[in-house]
Design a protein around this ligand. Structure first.
Ligand code: IPM
Ligand code: MG
Length: 367
């Protein structure tokens, strides 16, 4: 039988990006050996380092890589503020690279799992009784609209007072496509969809909810629960187990998904999948943590988890994806922890970035 072969773009990014990517690639190597599949890895510059080396944080050669690969694994980007301001605003990697990558692949749906099994409740700052039988949420964040992509005007009024206008724009096509992704996901899970909005204030949420009612007609089995975004922030802390699939616009999703990281103990536990109708890319939900870069203390879970999400969504290898989740969780269950989580339970042995990756590899090999 001819071995399957995939081309994967590797955008390691800035800060802790290269070191967590290194662990993710160790895991990918093992998958290659276990699953009779070949990964051709194509590394390309992306982020602040790319700006300094090539004059653009998402240079032409990296766009070209996007076009030939089957999927992209992307590390976090960004610099500390004092360094970031040396780069023109439009060329700073968040605006100049991440948003253009999202637009390039038309990844309108961002899946952000917030998962903590009961056995790992100790990693969370929440009480064990709040974690109950475990947290298992997928936040679906619209990724190409709203304030992130709306028109921006920066100016001075007649009195010389500086102002800025940023536009929150959505059209019904954008809303519908992400809602369909969320309903489809809910159909394969508990068939409960929490719709997170702010329709008591924002017209964009009013339209969002109108479109939702239309889309919901095609999914009579899915129970929709409407919740205002501010209330959702509270409910996430008080009773996270009530949620299964949540869907929301871009900015709400940016904020609530970071809260999700807090619920389970660390942003280091937050991988994500950026999905459209064509190719997808995979990235941790967090930033590049330049303050801890190069010290072998970053948690590679989010990057390795992004590999798992890539296997599941882009490469039709969901069984192996499950093995990776189990291997990572198994390392914690064995009494090891990463430095970001160390405060949650004394007694766990703190291991570094590379040791975590090695242990995941060993577990996978033993499966
Ligand atoms: C995220 C990040 C990005 C965002 C940045 C890096 C552009 O915070 O993926 O959540 O705001 O979307
Ligand atoms: Mg964010």
């Amino acid at each position: 039988m001819k071995q399957k072969s995939y081309k994967i773009g590797i955008f390691s990014g800035d800060g802790i990006g290269p070191e967590i990517m290194k662990e993710a690639l160790k895991v990918l190597k093992v998958v290659e050996q276990r699953c009779a599949v070949t990964f051709e890895l194509i590394e390309a510059p992306f982020g602040a380092a790319a700006y300094f080396d090539y004059g653009h944080p998402f240079p032409e050669q990296s766009r070209a890589v996007c076009d030939v690969v089957d999927a992209v694994l992307k590390g976090p980007v960004g610099l500390v503020h004092s360094e970031a301001i040396k780069i023109p605003v439009d060329m700073q990697p968040e605006r100049g690279a991440v948003l253009p990558l999202r637009a390039h692949y038309n990844t309108y749906a961002n899946f952000r799992p917030v998962v903590l099994p009961q056995s790992l409740a100790h990693l969370s700052p929440l009480k064990a009784e709040v974690i109950g039988e475990g947290i298992d949420i997928i936040m679906v964040r619209e990724l190409l609209g709203g304030l992130y992509f709306g028109k921006k005007v920066v100016g001075k009024d007649n009195n010389g007072v500086r102002y800025v206008e940023e536009t929150l724009r959505y059209d019904e096509i954008q809303i519908r496509q992400v809602l369909i992704s969320a309903f489809d996901l809910a159909m394969g899970r508990k068939r409960v969809l929490h719709n997170i909005h702010k329709s008591n204030i924002l017209q964009s949420s009013v339209l969002w909810n109108e479109v939702l009612d239309e889309v919901a007609q095609d999914y009579p089995e899915v129970k929709v629960v409407h919740m205002l975004v501010d209330a959702a922030a509270t409910h996430l802390c008080l009773k996270p187990t009530q949620f299964d699939v949540m869907v929301m616009e871009n900015m709400f999703g940016d904020i609530l998904s970071d809260q999700g990281g807090g619920l389970i103990g660390s942003l280091g536990l937050m991988p994500s999948a950026c999905i459209g109708d064509g190719k997808a890319y995979y990235e941790p939900s967090h930033g590049s943590a330049p303050d801890i870069a190069g010290q072998n203390i970053a948690n590679p879970y989010s990057m390795i988890g992004s590999v798992a999400m890539m296997l599941e969504h882009s490469l039709d290898m969901s069984a192996e994806a499950k093995n990776i989740w189990a291997a990572m969780q198994g390392v914690f269950s064995d009494g090891y922890t990463t430095p970001d989580l160390a405060a949650q339970k004394s007694g766990d042995k703190v291991i570094g970035t590379d040791a975590f990756g090695d242990r995941v590899v060993a577990k996978l090999k033993a499966m």
